[in-house]
Design a binder for this molecule. Structure first.
Ligand SMILES: *Cc1c(COP(=O)(O)O)cnc(C)c1O
Ligand SMILES: [Zn+2]
Length: 420
């Protein structure tokens, strides 16, 4: 075990626990636990230049700031999670009228979503505590990520997903060789089943918003935003504005934790503003935010963005605070706006799944509302690849024409197109 991982603190009651005392949530009130690190010890051992000079092109370049040890698997996909590209697509900057716009493409992770960050850390944690089987509930991506990261180092994974998950995601789970059990019900029901299976069978549970280590993996995206954008651009107006979609609320909580780590280490000057984007059809966190409340009232989620379709967000309180404590905000977008955003991002050569495009749709709304202006630096996180859900992608564009395979047909087609 790492000696700079010194315990947990409950996000609801504030009670602290020793590393060996608990595995998941607060035993008193079920609150999500924050991992506590010994920042003074980290600062003694690690410098900014050491990190920036690292040759590790994955999230493991931040090992000194993580609560786990290197799990090995150096030449496997486990060491390909994170360190994703940030783009500055001129077409999008122009259409948004922003001078400093970046898109961070999490579709480039080994299993094509942001979830690889959490699952990589979970596999490391499982190895440390000697857990042989890792189980998770998933709308698809968390499962694919766990299945892929576990497969990379030969670890066992069990995945519960709704049987309605997009076929590409289910195929991924199966190809990675996980034990896949489809549930004739919702993600929320799969979640409860995974917790029960973990209790009864002694499996280690990765569930999002339940296991405290997922946020520790997700926070690495903040370290990258710092290293890829904030550090190399001291001329930028601070703070930077980060837009991300929200389902359970664990990505935005993880991003917040990452920036809090950097503030505690004194490595960043201003706390970035976090903007959470939900679908109007799955807006339990945004609803609470709009009501100035920390009480999450479950909804009956209906959105085509399956990755953020959640009745009861499991990390809702920390997700609200990620916005309120950074002077960010929540925004909601319709499925039509999400589909339109897929097409807009696509024209810049970036393929997003609906939940990824939702963040971009949220930015468009924030600009229209005057929440972001032309000189504000903005990062949108595309959380997953469009290949995850080609049915939704097809809704964003017109179908292609079909012609006879001869030049005359082509000529007629082009002439007709000209006229119409
Ligand atoms: C899981 C997921 C999200 C939302 O993350 P939460 O932690 O549930 O808020 C967003 N986009 C994609 C592609 C995801 O897989
Ligand atoms: Zn508590």
């Amino acid at each position: 075990m790492r000696d700079d991982f010194i315990g947990y603190q409950c996000s609801l009651c504030g009670k602290e626990y020793e590393p060996a005392d608990v595995l998941y949530t607060c035993p008193d009130d079920g609150g999500n636990l924050d991992v506590i690190l010994d920042y003074a010890a980290i600062r003694r051992k690690t410098t900014v230049n050491q990190i920036i000079g690292s040759h590790e092109e994955s999230l493991w370049r931040y090992l000194p700031l993580l609560p786990v040890s290197d799990p090995g698997g150096a030449d496997t996909p486990l060491h390909a999670a994170g360190w994703t590209k940030v783009y500055q697509p001129p077409l999008l900057s122009q259409s948004l009228h922003l001078r400093h716009f970046w898109l961070k493409d999490e579709g480039r992770n080994p299993t094509a979503s942001f979830k690889d960050r959490a699952s990589a850390i979970l596999v490391a944690r499982a190895r440390e505590i000697g857990a042989e089987v890792i189980v998770t509930a998933s709308t698809g991506n968390a499962g694919a990520a766990l299945a892929g990261m576990a497969a990379a180092v030969g670890h066992k994974a069990v995945i519960f997903a709704p049987k309605t998950a997009p076929p590409a995601k289910i195929a991924q789970l199966l190809v990675f060789g996980a034990e896949v059990i489809l549930v004739n019900g919702t993600y929320d029901q799969a979640f409860d089943l995974a917790v029960e299976a973990s209790d009864k069978f002694g499996w280690y549970c990765r569930n999002t918003g339940y296991n405290p280590f997922t946020a520790e993996g997700k926070k690495t995206a903040s370290f990258e935003i710092w290293e890829q954008i904030v550090k190399p651009h001291p001329e930028l107006r601070q703070p930077i504005n980060v837009f991300v979609s929200v389902g359970d609320g664990n990505i935005i909580s993880g991003l917040h934790k990452g920036f809090k780590d950097l503030m505690a280490l004194g490595w960043i000057d201003a706390m970035p503003k976090l903007f959470g984007v939900q679908s109007t059809g799955s807006a339990a966190v945004a609803n609470a935010y709009f009501n100035h409340s920390e009480t999450i009232v479950p909804v009956q989620a209906t959105t085509l963005a399956d990755s953020i379709s959640v009745d009861l967000p499991r990390d809702g309180v920390r997700a609200i605070r990620a916005a309120t404590q950074t002077e960010g905000a929540y925004l909601t977008v319709t499925d039509d706006e999400i589909v339109s955003a897929i097409a807009q991002i696509g024209k810049a050569g970036i393929f997003a799944e609906p939940a990824g495009a939702a963040a971009y749709a949220g930015l468009i709304k924030a600009i229209a509302n005057g929440m972001v202006s032309i000189d504000d630096p903005v990062v949108v996180i595309n959380t997953g690849s469009g290949l995850k859900d080609v049915r939704a992608a097809s809704m964003a564009v017109a179908a292609a024409p079909v012609i006879e395979p001869d030049f005359n047909s082509l000529k007629n087609y082009m002439a007709n197109k000209e006229r119409s």
